[in-house]
Ligand binder design. Sequence first.
Ligand code: ADP
Ligand code: MG
Length: 338
Amino acid sequence: MAVIHELSPELTNQIAAGEVIERPASVVKELCENAIDAGSTRIRINFVEAGLAEISVQDNGSGIASDQIDLAFTRHATSKISTQRDLFNISTLGFRGEALASIAAVAHVDLLTNDGSAVGTKASFAGGQKMHQEDAAAPQGTKITVRDLFYNTPARLKYLKSERTEILKIVDIVDRLALGHPEIAFTLTNNNKPLLKTVGRDNLKLDVANIYGRHLAEKMIPVEGKSSDFKISGLISSIEDTRSNRNFISLLLNGRYVRNNQLTQSIMAGYGSKLRPRRYPIAVINIELDPLLVDVNVHPTKQEVRLSKDKELARLLTETISKALITNEHESSGLDNL
Ligand code: ADP
Ligand code: MG
């Protein structure tokens, strides 16, 4: 019989990385989420060759202290939770302490960071190991540059879709993060060629204008709803502006972009029978709720969540959407001008 032995940390990191880092867009998502958690007001993302040659994310957030860098790149090391109680009361986007370790296991990583000290720190990682660290001049915040993604996991490289598809996935995730955080100015460039820019003035309509176009943004309808457990706000399109797929529906739970079929259905239910078959609205819906009501520890990428009181929320969502549409119809038919 074969002998059982423990796998090396390098190998376990690589295996675990497969769950968190599926494609270039996953790197962008994880690095941006860290920047958001660090309290940044400006996030700049650049990528080269669909992110396979290079992805860099620069923020102006809290930065990482030089003596914390090793820990930041250690699996299951995080500054965001510490007790079991915290695990059910998560207010940050990250908490699993996996992203940086995972990225460093499947790419070359350079870090430049300053946590407000007189001098910053520069470090580099390869094959999951730290290669180098030294003092370096750096502005407040963190810049992480990821090169040669999946260089040591050829199977993963092969599984990737066309360059165009991978770029669309990067743009899609940055769109959603920006829509979830209108208070942050996002800049996304492809080899320094601008793809997306939001202004960070905490104005969702401005973000929608930058992402989906001004013409559409001007026609979007504000929604607002509230119960004792949930607060809903956002923008939805009128029945005239629909799309042939549901990709233009963004659901954010406490600023976290999630996919949830039930809630998507309840948004559509708010449009009632006026929504033609196989047509979908454009919507950005932010739901604020007590973190205790949502379990985000369901999947490594945290895009699937489990909700308590999901029926109550579904009902409130449908009601809120349908009310907003009715009010808008009255207004545009001029009834309140009488
Ligand atoms: P998690 O986000 O789940 O804590 P990560 O591996 O993504 O795990 O990051 C590990 C730790 O490194 C974080 O908890 C945080 O303390 C620190 N960190 C990562 N990125 C940044 C950043 N951009 N700015 C400040 N601190 C960061
Ligand atoms: Mg993280």
